[in-house]
Structures are given as C-alpha cells and as structure tokens.
Design a protein around this ligand. Structure first.
Ligand code: SF4
Ligand code: SF4
Length: 453
C-alpha cells in the first residue's frame, strides 16, 4: 500500500493508539534476543492482510502479508509496540501503564447515575431469577420523594442518568412518575433507561415513558420463542393474551417511539435450538431496525450471591451455542457490534466507578445490583457514605499466573465482590476474543465502505 507521494506506508492504522499509553511505554528497549509479537495482540485475517489489535495501546492496524509474515523486516512494528523485545515482561508493562493512568485518574466528584429499584416484586415467575426466595419490598411514594431530593442534592448540577430496576420496575410505575416530576420541578436535567420484561407497557405508558421518564434505552429479556417464553415467564397477570406477542408488540411500540431496545437472549446449554427459532422470528418482526440490538447472555445458577459452577462439558456446550447464536444474529442484522474502546478502563462497572449508586425500595443505598439486601453504603436519609464498604467494592483479585500471557490482561479488572467475574473460564476468554475479532472486522469494513473501497 502506498500513500499519495508514492512512499510505501508501513503498517496501516485503522484505529489510533492512545497517546498517553505510548508516552508511558516510551521507546522500546534494545532487543538482544530478538523480537516477538506482544502477548496483548488479537489477530484477524482479512482479504488484504491481517488485522492486529493491541489491547494495551488500543491501536488497530492492517498488516500486509509481508509485514505479518516477515515482521522482523518491519521496524515500525517494534516502534508501535506490536513487536516487543523477546525478553520483555508484557504483564509488567501493562501494570506500569495501568498504575500511571490510575494515579492520574480522578474519580468523579458527584454521583450522576442512580439505579432505582422501584420494587423487588415482579409479575413473572422465571425459574432462574436470582431474586427468588428473597423479600419483595416495594418503594413507597414518600421514599420516591426522598430519592428525588437525594439525587438533586448529590448530582452537583450535572445531568443525571436514572436506571429503573427491580423486580419489575413497571410494577410500581407511580414512583417513577414521582421521582421524575420532582426532578422536573427542581430543574434537574435527566434521562433514563430501564431493565424490564416489557409486558406491562401499552401505548399510553410508552408515551409517559418517553415524555416524563425520558426513557432512552430499555433492556428486555426473551427466554425463547413463543411457547417456551410463555412457559418460562409464567406471568401472574397474563390473562387471555400470549405474553410473547404482547412483549413483541411493545418492543415495536418502544422502537416507534424512538427508544433504543436491547433484547437479551438468556442462553442455557439446552435452549439453543429454540433460540434459533426466536432469532428467525425477531428477524421477521424487526429486521432493519436501527434502534434494536439483540445479544446473548449466560443464565447462571445462583446460590446466594455466588454462581454455581457448571461441569466442563456443559460449559463448552453453552459457549458453543452462544457462538452459533451470535453468528445467526449477525447474519440477520440484529446484533450491532460495539466499537473497540479507545481508552483503557479505570473501573469495572457501576460498583467501583464512584459515579453510581443503587437506591433500594426502602431507601438504602448500594453499589451493585446483585447486593440488594446487604452491603449497603448508606441511605437517602443521610449525606454520608460508608467508606469501608465503598472501598470493599473496589478490591480486586490478584492476577493469576496465566494472566501473564493473556491478551485481555490490560483491560481485565476482577472485583472480589463481583459474582459475574469471580471465575475466569477459558470459554469466556475464547468468546471475548471472538467478539474483539468481530468488532475489528466491523470497524475495518465500515472504514473500507466509507472510503468506497
Ligand atoms: S483473569 Fe482471565 S481474562 Fe483476566 S487476564 Fe487473567 S486469564 Fe485473562
Ligand atoms: S455484578 Fe459485578 S459487574 Fe455487575 S454491578 Fe455488581 S460488581 Fe459490577
């Protein structure tokens, strides 16, 4: 490949590296024992060569066949940290970069995201629900007023993001009205998202959601095609109608109202075939919808707060199913690929970000949606947060020996209190790699089509 002046371009950049990371890494050291690829690379072949993504520098580049096959002939690969001295400690460099960036990173001064549990009650009776067997408190109107007051006092005048959560948040929609009306009255800017089963919406409620609640995004879970979905959900208020059809109609209504809908498919090792039928059905209803995306999630068996580990064979089958479903979703145009983030994460999630709180139905404040009965950090009645509990949610697991040569290491944060990342399964890494590769391809293809190639 040549540039306009006819000079050969060495290593074509598709996504620029993070300049701060390059500054921290400095110039590559001498390589008395030669050079090798860094452990932080993910490769993906394309017609014109090989895409390489460096998970530490965040650079995505297209390597020509010559550069890929004879990398020692291309010094630029070393200068841009795709190749490193053979004796280099990759994990050590990633640790250094993270240490410096984290010491420079300032946690936000104000809490601007609130995950509000309007109720722990729900109109569905899914077998896998981690809330089963727990108490089902409901937020009172008085607590809703106090919640809005707390939000207004702690957002520092910034725009607030409200995430309605439950149970089923629509089962106590009146407190959403109360909180939003109070925020409007106090001129607090806000928008919201929701995790819901989507069953209780109707035309009027969708209008209220977009106008008063300023609902911009909703996540709705589908557990299977019509028969399976209806049998899994076991709605207590289903009446004569097929809940599956009601929810699909509501998804359409939300899309028509401009709400982004994320459909989550709960995948277990046994339901893949049925989910493939569901994907076909979703394609028939929603193909071409820009605001809809469908993605797969693993259904874990929970025991208390921990995940019950599965047998190896079952795990492999489960992840094979997810890969197959992802392919089918992508072919149907229902899976929207995410971009490759162009910075390294400084926190894992809402629990350690410092900008987010959960508000439980009784007004307790927490940090993680999985801890709704304990590990509170405060209450809406007080301006103080319990620093020790806040800190406990920031504690990370020490890396394991196998992390040293894992491509995920620069971005991998595992919190000791997080039930979702407590176990690092090889299948998860394989899936993460496949996702990065798919994202690399998507970015490359979109760049090519923009250039009219
Ligand atoms: S915990 Fe797992 S994913 Fe993270 S760096 Fe280690 S091996 Fe990789
Ligand atoms: S479950 Fe894990 S990822 Fe989710 S909020 Fe809690 S700590 Fe964060």
């Amino acid at each position: 490949m040549f540039n306009k002046t006819g000079r050969q371009i060495i290593v074509e950049t598709i996504q620029e590296p993070v300049s701060n990371v390059l500054k921290i890494l400095g110039k590559p050291k001498a390589a008395p024992d030669g050079w090798r690829w860094t452990n932080h690379l993910v490769f993906q072949e394309v017609g014109e060569g090989t895409l390489a993504f460096n998970t530490l520098t965040r650079e995505l580049a297209l390597l020509s066949p010559e550069e890929f096959n004879n990398p020692d002939e291309c010094p630029e690969l070393g200068a841009r940290w795709f190749r490193v001295p053979a004796q280099m400690d990759d994990k050590g460099s990633a640790d250094l970069v993270r240490l410096v960036l984290e010491s420079l990173h300032q946690r936000p001064e104000h809490v601007t995201t609130y995950h509000v549990f309007t109720t722990m009650d729900c109109n569905a009776r899914c077998f896998y629900c981690y809330e089963k067997g727990r108490a089902r408190p409901v937020m009172s109107v008085e607590t809703a007023h106090k919640t809005a007051d707390y939000v207004a006092r702690h957002c520092g005048g910034n725009k607030v993001h409200l995430a309605w959560f439950g149970g089923e948040p629509l089962y106590n929609a009146k407190v959403i009205d109360v909180i939003c009306n109070d925020l409007v009255e106090r001129s607090v800017e806000y928008e919201s998202s929701m995790i819901s089963n989507g069953f209780l919406f109707d035309e009027k409620l969708i209008r209220r959601a977009t106008e008063l609640w300023r609902l911009r995004q909703i996540q709705i879970t589908l557990d299977g095609a019509e028969d399976v979905y209806n049998a899994v959900k076991r709605y207590v208020d289903a009446g004569e109608k097929s809940p599956y059809r009601v929810v699909l109609a509501n998804i359409q209504g939300l899309l028509d109202a401009g709400v982004r809908v994320m459909v989550r498919l709960n995948v277990s090792k046994t339901n893949c075939k049925n989910l493939l039928t569901l994907v076909d059905d979703l394609k028939t209803h929603f193909a071409g919808s820009e605001l809809l995306t469908v993605y797969c999630a693993v259904v874990h068996e929970f025991e208390g707060i921990g995940i019950v580990p599965m047998e190896d064979e079952a795990t492999q089958e489960l992840f094979a199913n997810i890969r197959l479903l992802d392919q089918r979703l992508e072919a149907a145009g229902l899976l929207k690929r995410r971009r490759l983030k162009n910075k390294l994460p400084m926190s894992q999630c809402m629990a350690d970000s410092g900008s987010s709180l959960t508000v439980l139905p009784d007004g307790h404040l927490g940090l993680c949606e999985h801890y709704s009965e304990d590990n509170f950090v405060g209450s809406i009645d007080s301006d103080e947060l319990d620093g020790a509990v806040v800190q406990s949610f920031r504690e990370r697991f020490e890396p394991m020996p196998r992390c040293a040569d894992c491509f995920e290491y620069p971005t991998c944060i595992r919190l000791k209190k997080c039930p979702s990342t407590a176990v690092c399964m090889p299948e998860t890494i394989v899936l993460a790699k496949a996702n990065i590769q798919a994202n690399m391809l998507s970015i490359y293809n979109s760049k090519k089509s923009k250039m009219g190639v």
